[in-house]
Design a protein around this ligand. Structure first.
Ligand code: NAP
Length: 232
């Protein structure tokens, strides 16, 4: 029997790649990003480990590309992970950087989630996981736009969870602290940064969690990460 499908955005590197590799034991991975070669490398690594992976090249800020790429995929899991961060003083942020962060981190949730949700609703099962950031809960210098997008991500995810909790669909948000990837402008190289694998562990853990139907916040990994979710 074929495995259920997990769509992971931003799977070409960093946290999304680690999540895709972790979920590949139980799911066929539909890996979304713009970088064709990095998706091909992920596909090879998943297949070498005995799994299945499709690389789907798409810019998630392009609604037509999202529709073309994702509609018709009957996914059991969606991980909205793709994100960008221009972390700098407010007056140094350009309008383009501001709009791009809002488009990737927040506006794309509209198109990607709408493309994947209808089959979950029809089936009355599924799990939408969103990768937020601790900055969505606790602001920081340089985060006027980034932290604001992640606060919006948290509000979106919690509202969606309340809307869907009687439909058999789980909705979760994971808010990592700093993670050692190529993201942003350097903080992720700090010795205390989380590994991308630690975030993938949290995603795997939340997939198995049962029994929450209201918002629950709890710390993971020494308080660097908070998770809240709802499920039957
Ligand atoms: P990363 O290594 O820079 O990876 C970002 C991913 O997003 C890449 O796969 C990139 O793929 C994809 N992406 C960016 N723009 C895209 C677009 N327009 N269309 C499709 N895919 C796009 O960053 P990361 O650290 O793994 O971050 C992943 C998520 O974790 C983000 O939401 C970030 O906000 C969140 N987060 C990160 C940290 C941290 O410290 N690293 C902490 C908390 C939360 P392509 O470039 O190939 O398109």
């Amino acid at each position: 029997m074929s495995k259920p499908i997990a769509v992971v955005t931003g799977a070409s590197r960093g946290i999304g790649r680690a999540i895709a590799l972790r979920l590949a034991a139980e799911f066929e991975i539909a890996a979304v990003a713009r970088s064709r070669e990095e998706l091909a490398a992920l596909q090879r690594d998943v297949e070498t480990a005995g799994g299945e992976c499709r690389g789907l090249v798409a810019d998630i800020t392009d609604p037509d590309a999202v529709e073309r790429t994702l509609s018709g995929i009957d996914a059991q899991v969606l991980v909205n992970n793709a994100g960008v961060g221009a972390i700098k003083p407010f007056l140094e942020l350009t309008r383009d950087e501001w709009r791009h962060m809002v488009d990737v981190n927040f506006n794309a949730l509209f198109d990607v989630t709408r493309a994947v949700l209808p089959p979950m609703l029809a089936r009355k099962s599924g799990h939408i996981v969103v990768i937020g950031s601790i900055s969505g809960r606790s602001a920081f210098v340089g985060g006027t736009c980034y932290a604001a997008t992640k606060a919006a991500v948290n509000a979106f995810t919690e509202s969606l969870m309340l809307e869907l909790r009687d439909s058999g669909i789980k909705v979760s948000v994971i808010n990592p602290g700093s993670v050692a990837t190529g993201f942003g402008s350097g903080w992720s190289a700090k010795s205390w940064a989380l590994s991308a694998d630690a975030v993938a562990d949290a995603v795997a853990q939340i997939m198995k969690a049962r029994g929450f139907r209201t918002v629950a916040h709890y710390p993971v990994l020494g308080g660097l990460m908070a998770i809240h979710h709802a499920s039957k």
